[in-house]
Design a protein around this ligand. Structure first.
Ligand code: TXA
Ligand code: MG
Length: 318
C-alpha cells in the first residue's frame, strides 16, 4: 500500500490519477490526498474517502504556470509577482476559476484555491498525470493532518489506491491560504509561509480575524486538526497539576514536565520553524500514548508560531 517515491512508482501513481483513482502523496507541508481536479467523479471520491463535507472546497495543485492559465483567471500582474516569489512553495492563492475546474472542487464557488507544491515527488506526479491534482490533506475530516505516510495509512489506507512515501514533511503545517480576489490580500489560514514573509513582498496584507469576522468562505471552521483526546491550552506547562494520565505538549526545553505520562517537546532550542515541522507528529504520538488528555503550552505567535498556534487553538475546540 505504501510505496517508495521512485520514479517508476510515481509514474504508476500518475496512471492511477489519470484513470480516476486516488493517490496520497508527500508535499513539503503535509501529505495530500490527490485525484484528477478536472474529473468530478474523482473529486467526489476524495470527499467520500475523507468524509469531508461538500461545502469545504479543495486546493488544486499544479506544476507549471501554463496550467495556472488554463484553470484560473489572473488579471492582476501583482499576483504574478507573488507567485514568482513564493512558488513552488507553501502558499495557496484564492483566485477566480475558469470553467475547466468543476464546481465540486470549489464547493460551488466561482473562486478556487491553487498552489504549486515545493516537493519533487508531488511535482512529478502532477506533471505526469493531468497537470491539475485536487488534494486536501490526507486525513479523515477534522482529524490531525498527516506528516508521514504511516499517518495516512492507518485511517485511510483501505479507502485509497496508493500512498507514495516521501518521509516526514519538511514544513509540517499546511500552506498559507491567501485570498487575492479583493483589493487587499487577506490571509485566510496561517501556514508554511509566514505573515512576516508575505509582508516583505506585499506590504498591505491582512490577517483574517476569526474572532471578529464571520467566515467568508467555507472551511474556516473553528474546530479542526483535532486529536481524539481532549486538548487544553495553558500559558505554561509548569502550572498543570493533573499529570499522571496526561500528555504534555511543550514548546522548548526548560519546562517542568515531571510526572506526565508522555511528553513531546516541539523544539528544544525554541525555534518556531522546527516546532511547526514537529507539531503533527507530536500530536499523533500524544494521541496514541494512552493518556486521557493533552495539555499544550502556548508558543509565541511570530513567524511559523502563528500557524502552530492556529492549529493548537483549533485542536482545543470541541
Ligand atoms: O499544505 C496544504 O495546503 C495541503 C497540501 C496537501 O497541499 N492541503 C490542504 O488542503 O491543507 P485542505 O483541503 O486541508 O485545506 C484547504 C483549505 C481549506 O481551509 C479550504 O476551505 C480553503 O483551503 N479553500 C479552498 N478553496 C477555497 C476558496 N475558493 N475560497 C476560500 N478558501 C478556500
Ligand atoms: Mg486539511
Amino acid at each position: 500500500m505504501i510505496f517508495e517515491s521512485t520514479s517508476e512508482n510515481i509514474e504508476n501513481a500518475a496512471a492511477i490519477i489519470k484513470a480516476g483513482g486516488l493517490v496520497s502523496f508527500p508535499t513539503e507541508t503535509v501529505y495530500g490526498l490527490g485525484g484528477n481536479a478536472l474529473d468530478p467523479k474523482a473529486v467526489a471520491r476524495i470527499f467520500e474517502a475523507k468524509a469531508r463535507p461538500s461545502f469545504d472546497p479543495l486546493i488544486t495543485h499544479i506544476a507549471d504556470l501554463e496550467m495556472l492559465d488554463k484553470v484560473a483567471e489572473i488579471k492582476d500582474k501583482k499576483i504574478y509577482d507573488i507567485i514568482e516569489k513564493f512558488w513552488p512553495g507553501s502558499l495557496t492563492l484564492i483566485v477566480p476559476k475558469k470553467d475547466i475546474i468543476p464546481h465540486i472542487v470549489t464547493s460551488g464557488l466561482e473562486t478556487m484555491a491553487v498552489r504549486m507544491p515545493d516537493h519533487p515527488t508531488a511535482l512529478q506526479l502532477i506533471k505526469s498525470s493531468t497537470g491539475a491534482v485536487a488534494a486536501p490533506s490526507a486525513n479523515p475530516f477534522g482529524y490531525l493532518s498527516p506528516t508521514t505516510a504511516k499517518h495516512v495509512e492507518e485511517p485511510l489506507g483501505d479507502k485509497i489506491d496508493m500512498i507514495l512515501d516521501g518521509g516526514t514533511c519538511r514544513i509540517g503545517v499546511e500552506s498559507t491560504v491567501l485570498d487575492v480576489t479583493g483589493k487587499i490580500p487577506i490571509i485566510l489560514r496561517p501556514g508554511g509561509i509566514s505573515f512576516e514573509d508575505l509582508q516583505s513582498v506585499i506590504h498591505d496584507v491582512e490577517i483574517f480575524n476569526r474572532t471578529t469576522t464571520s467566515p467568508t468562505a467555507p472551511g474556516q471552521l473553528k474546530m479542526h486538526y483535532s486529536p481524539v483526546k481532549p486538548l487544553h491550552i495553558v500559558d505554561s506547562i509548569n502550572i498543570v497539576k493533573d499529570r499522571e494520565k496526561s500528555g504534555a505538549l511543550v514548546f522548548k526545553d526548560g519546562s517542568d514536565t515531571s510526572g506526565f505520562k508522555s511528553v513531546e517537546i516541539l523544539s528544544p532550542a525554541g525555534d518556531p520553524v522546527e516546532a511547526a515541522a514537529r507539531l503533527f507528529v507530536a500530536l499523533h504520538n500524544l494521541d496514541k500514548s494512552g493518556i486521557d488528555q493533552i495539555y499544550a503550552e502556548k508558543i509565541p505567535e511570530t513567524g511559523l508560531g502563528r500557524a502552530v498556534m492556529d492549529r493548537i487553538y483549533k485542536a482545543s475546540e470541541k
